[in-house]
Structure formats: C-alpha cells, structure tokens
Design a protein around this ligand. Structure first.
Ligand SMILES: [Zn+2]
Length: 318
C-alpha cells in the first residue's frame, strides 16, 4: 500500500454568512487548515465533497432535508440551529457532512482521515439544533455501511464522542440500530439539557480533572469491549472539554487532551480499527490556543495512521 499521508477534508471556504458578533467561531476552521498546512506538511489537505441528498436521507427525514434545502424550514428549527438560513449555509452543511463521509471511507484503506470541521452531533433526523444542521456522524456511518453491504460485508461502527456536549442527535438517529454503537462522555451540567440515550453515556462533573476524565474514558472503553465489536470508529474529538473553554465547564488540560487522544488511538490500534476523526467543539476564550490543541490532535492522528499502516493485518485492510 502506498502511504499518501493523512487526508484532511476541509470546507471552510464555503462561508456561512453570519451577523456581526455571532458566537459561532467561524475563524477557527480556516486557522486550523492553515496551521496544519504549515506545521504538518505530510498531511494531504483536500476540499470536502458535498453530501448527496441520498446520503443525507440515510439519517434524516425527507421532509426535513427538502425544507432545509429549499429554505421552507420552520423558523423555530432555524432558531434552535442558531444560524440564519441561506443557500451558502446549505452548501456548507452538505460539505461538512461530505467531509466526514469521505474521511470514513478513506480511513478504511488508509487507517485514518480527518474532517477539519464536523462532529455535528446535535442534529436529529427531523430537526437540527446547537449549530448542527445535518448529522455528519450518522450519515457517514450509514453511507459506509451501505457501500460495504453492496459488497456483502457487514460494517459495525463505533462512535466515540468526546466532545463535552452529549451526542444527542447521533443517539436518537441510531437508537435501536445495533450496527452503530454510540459512546458519549459529556459534562453533566452542559447542553443539551434534555438528554437522549446513547448506547453508553458517561456524565462528568463540572471542574472534572484530567485524572478523573481519563479514568472515566478508560472504564467506558472496557465497557464498549464487552458490548460491541466494531469494524470502524468515528472519533468526535471536541476540545471543548478544555479548562479554558467558554462553554465546557470541565477542567481538562491540554496534556489531558493529549493523553485522551492517545488512549483512544492505542485502543483502536490494538484492535486494528480504522479511525475517522472530526473536530467538533472548541470555544476557547483564546481561540488561537484552542486551534493549536486541535492541530496537535491531528498530528497524533497522523502518528496513529503510520502505526496502523505498519500493522500486519489491519481489520479493514482488505
Ligand atoms: Zn461541544
């Protein structure tokens, strides 16, 4: 196999028009891409493809998809999403989903790939919320499953959602679907205040330290081992667990995030599992510092990929 370097899919040039002072951290996506280009020259940065209607329908209701596309979407749903509707918003949302679809497909043969945005885990089948229009995680998992099923292969996908907020949309979309397992570690006192039920939820107290956080993750991975056997992993690597995050409420340090990534990647490597990573949340008081933490996560994913490619028989290397 030719090692082409880690593929990173981006969509930050599809700009979502926002009113001045909007709290969505739009600038961070371009910064992340630029810093990766500067500091991680082995990473292959590619424009994200747009998710097709057919792909979106694998996780979303037809009426919701068409109302988002044509702009007839209920004003209350747009208020929950938190963006004003516009045609560029629709395009960016499609690209953000397409990036995770592409990352997961790429990971199957290259061991790893990353969406430099995504992790839009608050989008439910018939309603987005919390800056999430479509659910890239559920769409990507189902899209891969559909592709593999056409070859007569079963494809069970594990979602490791370590964004500080619960992956409620992913949980509701995949409820009752035994082929997708959702693990979500979240701040107990954080949005969404109405919880969905993931396959495994872990609630963390406000102020949660590195030690407590890493112990909770370790225990959760032991439980996953007992309950699910995956063929591929989607890692939702939100850095809003960081102690300086404006929304996160936890006390995890940059070192804690590094150890978290390594714990996830080591666990996946021992099982030969390919990993698609999406960046998800990060709303640092110092956005530039937050982006640096995310660059480091991408660097660790590239290291994981090199190790995965050197495995004798990676699970997905077929
Ligand atoms: Zn979050």
């Amino acid at each position: 196999m030719v090692h082409r370097g880690l593929c990173a899919f981006y969509a930050d040039h599809f700009v979502l028009p926002l009113p001045a002072g909007h709290r969505f951290p739009m600038a961070k996506y371009a910064w992340l891409r630029e810093r990766i280009a500067d500091r991680l020259p082995g990473v292959c940065i590619q424009e994200a493809p747009a998710a097709t209607d057919g792909q979106l329908l694998l996780a979303h209701d037809a009426a919701y998809v068409s109302a988002i596309i044509d702009g007839s979407i209920d004003a209350r749903i747009m208020k929950d999403i938190g963006f004003p509707w516009s045609a560029p918003m629709v395009e960016r949302s499609r690209r953000s989903v397409g990036a995770t679809v592409a990352a997961l497909e790429t990971a199957m043969t290259q061991g790893a790939a990353v969406n430099l945005a995504g992790g839009t885990h608050h989008a439910h089948a018939a309603a987005g919320s919390g800056f999430c229009v479509f659910n890239d995680i559920a769409v990507a998992a189902r899209s891969l499953q559909q592709k593999e099923a056409a070859q007569g292969r079963r494809m069970d996908v594990l979602v490791i959602d370590l964004d500080v907020h619960q992956g409620d949309g992913t949980a509701t979309i995949t409820a009752g679907d035994s082929s997708i397992f959702t693990l979500s570690l979240q701040g107990r006192d954080n949005y969404p205040f109405t919880r969905a039920r993931s396959d495994l939820d872990v609630e963390l107290p406000s102020g949660c330290t590195d030690e407590l956080y890493l112990q909770a993750l370790q225990e959760a991975l032991v439980q996953v081992d007992r309950r699910f056997s995956a063929h591929a992993v989607v890692y939702v690597a939100g850095v809003d667990v960081h102690e300086n995050d404006r929304l996160g409420r936890l006390g995890v340090t940059a070192d804690g995030i590094a150890r978290r990534d390594i714990m996830v990647f080591d666990w996946c490597l021992r099982r030969g599992l390919p990993v698609a990573m999406c960046m998800a949340g990060g709303y640092g008081k110092d956005l530039s510092a937050m982006v640096d933490i995310q660059v480091n996560s991408v660097s660790r994913l590239a290291q994981f990929q090199r190790q995965w490619l050197s495995l004798e028989q990676p699970a997905a290397g077929r």
